[in-house]
Design a protein around this ligand. Structure first.
Ligand code: ATP
Ligand code: MG
Length: 232
């Protein structure tokens, strides 16, 4: 049976869609078959052009059912369901389908308050600090908020995914060439999730820059370097 991860939470804009695609890309880089499942009716389907994972349109309930059925009989696949803000009933349904529930939150008291309610509603879910500040002082301040407000949920808080402006590239319809720092962030996130799911991380193939260039439609390495410089 394929594994299902639901990236949900009641607060909008926490990074659910970005993180779903980062995970899909990260799994793809580890040679795992992954599908990023769109359920938000206010968002558009993305093309699979250049991607190492498959975007799947499940905005219609019957398509979500079909996708869940396919995953149930596809042990090699990982499905990552991208939720949508302000949909508590839908979140219940998506959590019930999942082997792992991830609740992203940003460094804001508003996000953290909403997260606390979600952590109570979904006792097996993990909280993921998202768009986390990279500035030393801002990170220390964010950490203080987390310690102060989320102390009793400490064991359920994952390692942060830092703010990375190039992460928005993953949500372009046709995937452009991605800089190495984004590949690395996606790999790290996928590794963390694989460990949580009890998947063998060590067995996964590590795709290097050359293979990646091939995976990205034979794009020359020089162009990849240029993309990296643009986001350095
Ligand atoms: N790690 C990150 N670094 C920088 N910006 C980010 C990161 N993750 C998300 N963002 C930005 O934050 C905004 C919200 O992200 P996203 O659309 O993924 O959130 P969402 O939870 O799916 O929102 P919604 O609830 O509307 O579906 C976007 O502009 C996105 O580019
Ligand atoms: Mg979204």
């Amino acid at each position: 049976m394929g594994q299902v991860i639901s990236v949900i939470g009641n607060k909008g804009g926490t990074g659910k869609t970005t993180l779903s695609h980062m995970l899909g890309h990260g799994f793809g880089l580890f040679n795992r078959r992954a599908v990023a499942i769109l359920t938000d009716t206010y968002r558009d389907k993305l093309s699979k052009f250049n991607r190492t994972y498959l975007p799947y349109d499940a905005r219609e309930p019957q398509d979500l059912e079909r996708c869940a059925a396919k995953l149930a009989s596809a042990p090699d696949w990982v499905g990552i369901i991208d939720g949508g803000g302000n949909r508590p009933e839908m979140d219940e349904q998506l959590a019930a389908m999942a082997d792992l529930v991830i609740l992203p939150f940003r460094d804001s008291h508003e996000d953290i308050r909403t997260l606390m309610r979600d952590l109570e509603r979904f006792p097996n879910a993990y909280a993921l600090p998202s768009q986390w500040p990279t500035n030393r002082f801002a990170e220390a301040s964010a950490q203080r908020s987390v310690n102060g407000m989320l102390g009793r949920y400490r064991s359920r808080i994952l390692a942060p995914v830092y703010a990375l402006s190039c992460s928005k590239l993953l949500l372009q319809d046709e995937l452009p060439i991605l800089p190495t720092q984004l590949h690395n962030a996606c790999r790290e996130m996928a590794m963390q999730v694989m460990e949580l799911l009890g998947m063998e991380v060590g067995d996964s193939a590590w795709i290097g820059r050359d293979e990646l260039a091939q995976a990205q439609a034979g794009v020359p390495a020089a162009l990849i370097q240029r993309a990296e410089l643009a986001y350095a």
